[in-house]
Ligand binder design. Structure first.
Ligand code: ZN
Ligand code: ZN
Length: 87
């Protein structure tokens, strides 16, 4: 049934959306907005749980990779106790 609920989300203007919708979570626009987290780099909405849009997800994985390398070389690497030369 359409119009069972009213969307509880607030617009940027501070006014409540109030659109009638089928889900208690809100109208389709705001419901989708809720499950999409903005990219922490550029604030573009993204569905990925890592919080990065496709453009920045690459950089994110690269950073993770280098962090792992750095941690590994810190504990196990030949230059034990030294910052790795990766930076
Ligand atoms: Zn809404
Ligand atoms: Zn981004």
């Amino acid at each position: 049934m359409i119009g069972e609920y009213t969307c509880p989300f607030y617009h940027n203007s501070g006014k409540v959306c109030g659109k009638t919708c089928m889900r208690p979570e809100g109208c389709s626009y705001h419901w989708k907005a809720k499950i999409r987290t903005p990219c922490i780099e550029c604030c573009k909405p993204t569905g990925s749980t890592s919080g990065h849009c496709p453009l920045h997800i690459r950089g994110y994985y690269v950073v993770q990779y280098y962090n792992r390398l750095r941690i590994w070389s810190y504990f196990c690497g030949p230059e034990n106790g030294k910052e790795s030369a990766l930076d």
